[in-house]
Every structure is written in C-alpha cells, then in structure tokens.
Design a protein around this ligand. Structure first.
Ligand code: GLC
Length: 451
C-alpha cells in the first residue's frame, strides 16, 4: 500500500534524525560521514519548517569552520575517526599549508555553491521564534558577508561579476559531462599524481560512481592546490587547468545576493551592496554565459577561453534566480517542455541532469543523467517564479513520488524512477520536507488528502 503524506513526512524527519551527530547532520551515514557545505544548507532549509533550533545549529557549525579569508569549505571533518572513513581526509588536504585555514578544525581546501544566505533567509521566514531567528541572522551576517566578499575578491578574475570554480567538486555536480572537455587536458599518464586509495567504492557500486581516470584528475587538482598553499594567485600562476565560470554556482550566488539583501533589510543593515552584486552577476550570466545557438546557458572555460557546449540541466537554472528576461524564459521553457521532461507517473515530471540524446548520457551514473532532487527543486522554484505554475506543480509531485516509491536515495533513474547511490540521503529528505510544507492542495490531494 502506498504511504500517506503523513508517513512520508515522518520518514523524512527520521532520515535527518538518523544522519545527525550531536553537532551537525551528515549527508548520509556511510558514504559521506562528515559535514558537507551545500548539503547542510538544504538540510537547514528542511529543518527550518519544524525545528528552528537545529536549522540554526547546522549553519553555525559550518560557519565555525570558515577560513580567515572568508571561504566556507566544502567539507568540515568530524574529528571522531575520520581518516579510515573517507578519502581525501584531512591528512591529504593539508590545509595547514595555508595561513588562511582555521586552526581549531579540519576542513577541505575548496568550496561548494553558496546556498548559505538562502538557507538563513528560509530560517528567518519559517521561524516559530522570530526574535531568536533575527538574533541568529545578526550573528551570522558578518560570516555571510565575508563569504560573498571572498568569492568576488578572489574568484572574479575579470571583475565582471562571474566567479570561477577550480575543481569539479566545487560545482557540487562532481562528474558532470560539462567537465569532460576541461579534464581531458589533464593527462594522468604525463603528470605526477600522488598515491591514494579511493574509499567511495566500498559503499556504492563502481558503475554508479566516477571513473578512476577522473578520480586521478580530481586528486591531481587537490595536489596542485595544496602545493600552492591554497593561495588563489599561486594556484592560477601554477597553471591550474580547471578554472570554470559555472552557470549553477553563479546562479546560486546571484540568488544568495538577493537573499542576503533581504536579510540585511530585516536586521537594519544596508542591502545595497548585495542588490548591486546580484544585478552584476545576473547581467554577466546573460551577456557571457547565454548561448544563442543552443538556446541555453553554458559554462565557460576561462583557460581555453571558450564556452563548454554540453547541454546539462544547470543550463536552465538561471530561472531559479530570476536571471532571464521574459522572452528568454519562454525560449528556455519551450526547450524544456519539448525535449527534457521525463514522465515518472501520471502528472509527475522531472528533468535529468544531462541531455538524453547525447551519446554519453547514462540513466544510472551519478551526475551524467540521473534525476537529482536538489536541481529539480531549484527548477521548480524557477518555473513558478515565471508563472509556469502547472509545470512547477508537476515537478513537486515527482519530488514526492520518487522517495515515496524508491526511498530516500541519492539520485534516480529518469526512465523508471529507480533509486541509485546511497540510501537515506539527507537532502532528498530535507527538500522533500520543504516541498511538503509548501505544496498546495492540488499537489497534496494528488497523493492523499491528509498530511
Ligand atoms: C557528492 C555530490 C555533492 C555532495 C556530496 C555529499 O560528492 O556530488 O554534490 O555535496 O556528495 O552529499
């Protein structure tokens, strides 16, 4: 018998509770046993609807690991037995080579998409104790400001409003086909790669994870960063082959600037800097990353000086931050609607991470095709922002239908809805909760009238 929405809600909360330590919530217990940056933002958005205290605690634990230059690291390591659980761990990152690294906690030396201000705004908006939420926002505002300042100061080489990422892991979409042409420039046969042993394959089948050759390249880049002491200038001078202006990262930053402006307003700070930066990044995305030929936003390889012409779901996501004008939004929607939506069940639609007509498309391999809940959640918000409410509602139904039928998996097959990767994955549960708390009767009644 199908679960009711009330059961699903309680199961989703149990997933988050089960992945929680006394300090933060892990993405999942086995494969990812530490705190991940953008995961915790999604997790906090989920908590914000029913557990304000944990939502705040989750973010505070992340901000506590902020680097002295403002970077929020992509992993904050749990200091209870980390080495044997996960690779690359603190001994490999060697962040002590940087004077900017925190002294009191171990972290990685890269970052992830800046969803943080968006999570803090959700906490303010959904608070059961608004005074406490306001106090919390006042406490974390300097950390958020330093984080956004870091990105524009250190990562926007042309000062044009677009920041670069320097590792596929910084995009959050680790082995997306968008990285293939850039990574091909690193030939593992002709560069030095330190000896290492993968740990991910002991938890998940190799067919669902990145290939060894790509893993060699990921490790090569980490080695380059630590040798450069994690200084951006030294990393660029060392000829880092991966410096990409990523559509998704910049879109999320644009929305986070809008959210930071709203937070500033709420706590009587000046929002104008963040509003101006949101516009600057939005203009740059429209000017530099829009491809008239492909009718999609495309990542830009700053080393090769050319766009990366791979059609990935992220190419539609500027809708999420209100970046395209109305005509461009219509163009994007027409393209989405004619070729990209997958029908999972009656009225349930979702979009795979990669163009299904591409020869490299895979329905089961990580970021090379499968459906991920976080990107579909952003697409859903983007579609409703432009008034495509019917389609936003159908994506919401998929975000409910997938965990209901396949469990709280990491990602899902676009044709069958089958779940892959790890189980009891936190952001699948957290963003499902966000949808369940925000959905209208039309969406809820599709499954069952009670919640
Ligand atoms: C994988 C995902 C990344 C996520 C991490 C922890 O590396 O690609 O987006 O943050 O797992 O869940």
């Amino acid at each position: 018998m199908q679960k009711t929405l009330a059961q699903l809600t309680s199961d989703a909360k149990a997933v988050l509770r089960g992945n929680r330590t006394d300090k933060f919530t892990k993405p999942t217990s086995n494969l990812y046993p530490h705190q991940w940056s953008w995961d915790s933002c999604f997790i906090s958005i989920g908590y914000s609807h029913y557990d304000q205290q944990w939502a705040q605690k989750e973010m505070l634990h992340l901000f506590n690991a902020q680097w002295k230059n403002g970077m929020i690291p992509h992993i904050v390591f749990d200091d209870r037995g980390y080495e044997e659980k996960y690779f690359p761990g603190p001994a490999f990152w060697e962040i002590e080579r940087s004077t900017n690294a925190p002294d009191h906690v171990k972290t990685s030396g890269i970052c992830q998409p800046p969803v943080h201000a968006t999570a803090v705004r959700a906490i303010l908006e959904n608070a059961t104790d608004p005074a406490k939420a306001r106090e919390f926002a006042q406490t974390v505002y300097p950390a958020l400001a330093a984080w956004h300042d870091y990105l524009y100061r250190e990562r926007d080489i042309g000062s044009d409003g677009l920041v670069y990422i320097r590792h596929p892991w910084e995009s959050g979409q680790d082995n997306s086909p968008a990285w293939d042409p850039v990574l091909r420039e690193i030939d593992p046969e002709s560069v030095d790669i330190p000896a290492y042993q993968r740990r991910d394959l002991s938890h998940v089948d190799a067919s669902e994870r990145p290939d060894d050759i790509d893993y060699d390249r990921y490790i090569y880049l980490v080695d380059l960063f630590r040798t450069a002491g994690y200084s951006e200038a030294a990393i660029r001078e060392a000829g880092c082959p991966f410096l990409v202006e990523d559509v998704l990262f910049n879109t999320i930053l644009c929305q986070a600037n809008r959210d930071l402006a709203a937070i500033a307003d709420e706590i009587d700070e000046d929002p104008s800097r963040w509003t101006a930066l949101a516009e600057k990044t939005s203009d740059a995305l429209n000017r530099k990353l829009w491809s008239e030929k492909h009718k999609l936003y495309m990542n830009y390889d700053t080393v090769a000086g050319q766009p990366i012409s791979e059609r990935i779901l992220a190419g539609f996501l500027p809708l999420y931050a209100g970046i395209p004008g109305p005509d461009r939004a219509d163009t994007l929607f027409t393209y989405l609607n004619t070729t990209c939506f997958c029908r999972l069940a009656d009225d349930c639609l979702a979009v795979p991470t990669y163009d299904r007509s591409s020869p490299d498309y895979s329905s089961s391999k990580y970021w090379r095709g499968p459906i991920w809940i976080n990107l579909n959640w952003m697409l859903c918000l983007g579609l409703s922002r432009y008034g495509f409410d019917d389609y936003a509602g159908r994506i919401m139904k998929s975000i409910i239908w997938l965990p209901m039928n396949s469990g709280f998996r990491e990602y899902f097959d676009p044709d069958t809805g089958k779940g892959y990767g790890t189980d009891r994955f936190s952001w699948t549960a957290a963003l499902l909760l966000d949808v369940l708390y925000s959905a209208d009767e039309n969406v809820k009644n599709f499954f069952s009238p009670q919640m």
